[in-house]
Design a protein around this ligand. Sequence first.
Ligand code: PHE
Length: 388
Amino acid sequence: MAYTVPKLKDFSPAALDKAVAEFLSALDTESVGVQIESERKVFRDRWQGRKNGLLTQVNDLWLKTAPTDAKRDVGQRVNVLKSRVAETIEKLRPSVSATAVVKGLSLRTEVGQPTAYGDSSLDISLPGIRRPIGAEHPIIRTMNEIIGVFRNLGYSIAEGPVIETDYYNFESLNFPPNHPARDTQDTLFLANQESKPPRERLLLRTHTSPVQIRTMEKLKPPLRILIPGRVHRNDPPDASHSPMFHQVEGLAVDTNITFGDLKGTLDHAMKALFGSDVKTSFRPSFFPFTEPSAEVFVSCFICGGSGKRGADDAPCRPCKQAGWIEILGCGMVDPNVFEFVKRNGYDPEKVSGFAFGMGVDRIAMLKYGLDDLQLFFQGDVRFLEQFG
Ligand code: PHE
């Protein structure tokens, strides 16, 4: 007679153990008769079937009807039964020899031997798992392009920390304490720094310029370095702002470096980055750490500098119809900056230099024709895989 799940009246531990033993012995006895796949399925449905399988009956007849004080005892035993049924069914999975697979005799349902890796099984007839290798992020790619241009000019790479001290981010760059120029960089300060002397207080660097000083402290002139990196400012995110963005900074120091060298270097770099037919325009500006300072514009490489696009003279959006796009800030290193590293060979009477800094994210947006900066930071694979 085939096993049926009995109704229980006695829920004492002894009675429960007896019921469990009967269930398990029926499970073992019936499993012996299972030989082929179709029998395995019948066996599985009989014991594990969701609708009226024997485990479901155990749930209904034992667990649901158990008095409250016996529920725990019954529950623990039902869990044991569940895992024993699952194990038994798993063991009945037929295995197939490797030679059979080679001969093309395998069917998916016949494959699946326990592997050396544990009790999971390996179905070698399933398609492999695809692991896409990914693509360089468009910002990193743009950064590398910029780096490539300057590497060809003999620049090497320098890096510095994203969490920076007030001294390197401001003071040594000729932003004196409480000077209003600091207000132009909406700084994110780290909390609980009040017990430290002001110049040691930590903040998220607002530009890559602190690495100028850090490098000049370590290396003697002459120097030609490029500084790529992440910076932060307290700007709420929108289509053209982000509290985190990227800059590439440059610094060249030697004897007799002139503003002409600065202009020639940047004009060459802009042509290498945006096309040999762009023009550059240097307009006066101010930065505490350069004097004189300039902003560099390139003629709009979208509309060719006309401010208009297409046959119907539609307004050019990237340059706001100006025909020029602002790309970077630059200038001759202020002698006050050299004073901070004078003892390492940077006597402002003897050396001169230029520095420049550009926003990578904006350049990447222009290059790829994007109108929303946030796309770079949302991690949407549908966006990113277009750069693969
Ligand atoms: N650090 C400046 C900024 O973030 C850019 C800059 C770098 C200007 C080097 C001049 C020289 O705005």
